[in-house]
Design a protein around this ligand. Sequence first.
Ligand SMILES: [Zn+2]
Length: 93
Amino acid sequence: MAFPDRRLGVYCCGHVFRRERGVRLVSHEDGDWQFLCGDVDHVDPDEPYHVSVGVLLERDPTIDTVSDLESDWAAERTDVHARWIRTPCAPQA
Ligand SMILES: [Zn+2]
């Protein structure tokens, strides 16, 4: 599986945007994709950053393996070489 449209707009955290960390958490909620480092220290007021998924794929082609993630599901991995673990997103309060 692969993202059919490399220009698809997605969100990412500042760490991923600045290439400081790899993507370890992907969520697909309400049609929006988020690619995050999976850590909790997000204090950048400009987050989330909006990018084309193709930009992220250039750096890490393994992101294509979650392109079939269903809506309102998330995928996590312990490091960028590990397998994705998929879970349904918790309902929003
Ligand atoms: Zn981050």
